[in-house]
Write a protein that binds this ligand. Sequence first.
Ligand code: SF4
Length: 472
Amino acid sequence: MAELFPYTFSLIGKKILLSNDAGDFFLSSENFLERLINKNCTKKDNEFLLRKGFAYNEANDFYYNSHLLRLKQKKQVAGKISYVIAIPTLRCDLACDYCQVSRASINAKGFDWTDEIIFAFKKFISGSSDRKLKIEFQGGEPSLRMDIIEDVVEHCDKEGIDAEFIICTNLSTLSESLRKLLERKDFFVSTSIDGPAKLHTDNRTKDEFITASVLKNYQEIQSTYGSGKVNALPTITNDSFEAIRNIIDYYVSIGQRSIFLRPVNYQGFARKTFAAAKDEYYNWISSYQKALQYIFDLNFNDSAQIVEVGFEVAIKRIFLPSYNSHVDLRSPNPAVRDYLVINYDGDLYPSDEARMLSRIRHIDLKMGNIVSGINAKILKDFNWNQMNEIHEDCIHCAYKPFCGIDTIDDLSRYNRTDLPKHETYFCKSNMSTFDNIFSKIEQNDPVAFFNIQGHLSGDFSLKPIMANWLYD
Ligand code: SF4
């Protein structure tokens, strides 16, 4: 019998999912698993295992080396910063219920980048080695400091940095300077729209006239610059399926083809107000699965072509070997490697959530400062926890090659990182997503395959490939 690479397995419906660290997988009968465990494989089994990437004949043969290559693709994270979240101000003109950024009031002092930070930031992006960057301006409300944004854009032009810019704005106003930047091919808007006007008013603006202005500005950007220019994201506070379906229908009606169904994550100052919400995920998971099926049916029956971002990421983690850029679902997940948050005071964080936890003094996850540099010791210590490959619970899990790890989420919700994984929100939500996907694959569900293909390629007009993942 050929030599086997390490593998894990799990029961999916009536089949067994087998996966290995390189992300190869198939579903088998229980009989096959018994033959495999008892080292009683047939010649046909052996050939299948070699073909599927689960075995090799001898070290350094074709099967051995191609496994190593896939393993490298699966685990390798880019070594250079390619995505920067820049927070030129923490001030904001709105005060949404669940503000995730622990905002400062609009006239507060000391919450904007100083000249020293702006200088250090420009120096930092000039030194980015491949000169290809995504820069996302967040806040607070970053459009309060259009002067800084214009300065950064001009700097990139002058330095020949191939940057794409995104401004995350509440769109309560649409200034002349923002309109001008929107004429550029590389400048985009991301905004929050929680759903129909009344819901958006209740959750965010508290004023129907401001909501009307937000929606008018959104439509104006779409009609003037094209629908791809503005992306909207809902924050979902009511986790009933009916409420989520209304948001999906609303998004379709305003011409959004992409929707990220995320429950509100009460963080920062808001978590203190809504402390109980941290454990309310069972309702969410059930409603999310129904909502996903609703989107699948709209795509299959009505050619709606809607991408649900969470599902898209999970599917790409399964089917695209080197899809390692999404920091919410990858492992290893080294902080401040390819992604970085630069706060209003120049402090560096591995993620937005880390920044908020530091701000409410929950835990200090600052990794340095843009002026003084990165603290390599803290970074190294932190990154040892960012690998599911060595986590005592994940190592037995058949979803490990597709899943990720998020120590910051565990710290945020439970104040500790050593909770059994299956008790954490991160594990429960990803486990249910992967259970759902592999069950559909096991059932050879044509609607699911159509949606898998659409989410992978962005093209819902292709006939889905009904690949056979089953082996007896
Ligand atoms: S977090 Fe949960 S689902 Fe993900 S690899 Fe670990 S045990 Fe598996």
